[in-house]
Design a protein around this ligand. Structure first.
Ligand SMILES: [Cu+2]
Length: 266
């Protein structure tokens, strides 16, 4: 998390926090839309995917499960420690081998343990949804799960064209969050699943720092739409929307994360 300090130290702490790159709890597999099921490995680093930033060491997750055709299957026992490497460091992380059996949507939910962000003296807890589809049969992708912090998709997160849009509703324990603040990042460094690392080179050249972590806001109903310019995976995080605001005597930000994948339109 300290990379930007060097860059913006002179600008002071307030500017630092506005320039800080977004944290994202990843739950990553390369293809969110699969022709068939089988074994996949989900990689789950807590990191800064748009700028190949710091990998942060977090305690074991509080929850990890999958919803398929309305049935919840606990996967916490399948979470294993793993390392993940970025251009900044090699850090502790987690992964899980899971088997996809049959057609439909697999809604993976990962609730990380609160992470103390020393630079801001607060805890961050992200609740991530990654939805993997098998066989183009939609089943559960649009279900609201009533999570403390949740982005409910109105667009299938795995069936978006590059140049298309993603729309979601930001919810706090089931209630829409008007004008919620969101950050958007592109996984600009291809994850290498055998090396457990981001690629060294970026897929896309960004025109300026403001495009690394893009900040947008939901409307009065908690709904937001984002136009996706490039194929690949994009993460959305709604900041501090969950009802829990304190952990171990410090401020807690309960964030909602969702991952989507855009496909080339040519
Ligand atoms: Cu960080």
């Amino acid at each position: 998390m300290f990379k930007k300090f060097a860059v913006s130290a002179l600008a002071g702490a307030a500017l630092y926090s506005s320039l800080a790159q977004a944290h994202f709890q990843m739950v990553y597999t390369p293809d969110l839309l699969r022709e068939r099921g089988g074994q996949i490995t989900l990689k789950m680093p807590f990191t800064h995917p748009a700028d190949n930033g710091h990998v942060m060491a977090v305690d074991r997750p509080e929850q990890f499960y999958v919803i398929k055709k309305g049935q919840k299957t606990d996967l916490l026992g399948q979470v294993n420690p793993a390392q993940w490497s970025s251009n900044e460091n090699r850090g502790e992380s987690y992964e899980a081998d899971v088997k996809l059996r049959g057609l439909g949507d697999y809604v993976f939910v990962y609730q990380m343990a609160p992470y103390l962000e020393a630079a801001e003296d607060l805890y961050i807890q992200q609740i991530t949804k990654t939805i993997v589809n098998v066989g183009s049969l939609p089943t559960d992708w649009d279900q609201e799960l009533g999570l403390d912090a949740e982005i409910v998709p109105l667009t299938k997160p795995y069936a978006i064209y590059a140049g298309g849009t993603f729309t979601g509703i930001v919810k706090s324990a089931g209630e829409p969050v008007p004008f919620a603040e969101l950050e958007v990042e592109y996984i600009n460094y291809e994850p290498d699943l055998t090396q457990n690392a981001f690629a060294k080179e970026a897929n896309m050249k960004v025109p300026s720092d403001v495009f690394i972590t893009m900040t947008i806001k939901a409307d009065a109903n908690g709904t937001f739409t984002f136009g996706i310019p490039k194929a690949g995976q994009w993460g959305f995080v709604a900041l501090g929307v969950g009802p829990k605001t304190e952990h171990k005597g410090k401020e807690l930000s309960q964030d909602a994360v969702i991952w989507v994948q855009a496909h080339p339109a040519d």
